[in-house]
Design a protein around this ligand. Sequence first.
Ligand SMILES: Cc1ncc(COP(=O)(O)O)c(C=O)c1O
Length: 365
Amino acid sequence: MTPELRPGLENIKPHMVAADDKALARTRINIASNESAFGPCDLAIAAATEAIQRMERYADGAEAVLTERVAHHHALSPDGVVCGNGSDDLLARLARAFLRPGDELICSINGYQKIPNYAYANDAVPVRANDSDFTTNVDEVLSCLSSKTRIVMIANPDNPSGTWVSGSEVRRLHQNLPSSVLLILDSAYLEYVDDDEFGDPASLVEENENVVMTRTFSKIYGLAGLRLGWMYAPKRITDAIRKIGMTFPISNVAFECAKAALADREYTKSVFERNLNGRQKFAATLERLGARVLPSQTNFLLATFPPDLVAASDLHRELLAQGIFTRRLASDAFSDCIRFTIGTPSQMKEVSHVLQDLIKGPATA
Ligand SMILES: Cc1ncc(COP(=O)(O)O)c(C=O)c1O
């Protein structure tokens, strides 16, 4: 007899397609993981260089200070903020705090592919609501409600699609949930949103006892490698989430960098603008080449390639052979798709040229 693992762990499978290791080692342009091509601001790099000198120390008290800074920066109540090891850590802790074996977590079928794993890790059951063209469908989510539903978790804007639901639709979703169901709005890409109708998830948190928003320093702030995220929730929930966190939950380097990154608002604004510009240009390029591109409010685009134009799996492999690493997703729904993170203008220029060569090849052959 060996010690028994939780049975739900059996269901956890990779949700991204693994790329060949040898080809990966030759990557020149990595536009696979929605990291910021623009990197962190200079102030954050200077802060990290300084903080690394004290790496023998735990960052005692850092979470409390950063919580205040984050709250102040976003004009939120400090009681509602918790910082953790990436938003992934906070999403996992939320699932652990709320899900009992057999409980149901509703997510959108082609939404953030990690979400079902938060249920499985707790022997809970993910219930996948149908969507509309890779976009969360509020009515479909509501139709999945049952007496076992404990959590509804959606990423908005979503990954890998980049699509989003408007603020009014999110409110309609919330209004139709029983108060016993927790609505988690994974807002990892919120800083990239430019749609006026998107709404403010923080106000929904403040008006209710059953809404949580998660955020990250991994995207627009360019700090993915430091693993730093935060969430905003009613105090009853933040207290519980802190209780089940690590001792000294953030590193001293992450702490110093985050303060510097928050302070440099001009830099964040310039990354927002460069991303928006790059996204619009690259969407037009992909469409010119014959791909269908989903509307996106993020730092990436999901493109669907008609199989008679080019097989997405071949295109992905050929791009990688030329040193360009893009993302393919494991689910069949994405078999004709490639996800491209928006890189720097020179990277996207090169990616566009290579795509043009590769797609022209099979199409005219
Ligand atoms: C929708 C979504 N949620 C959460 C995360 C995790 O982010 P973090 O780096 O904060 O753990 C990601 C990362 O790509 C994401 O795309």
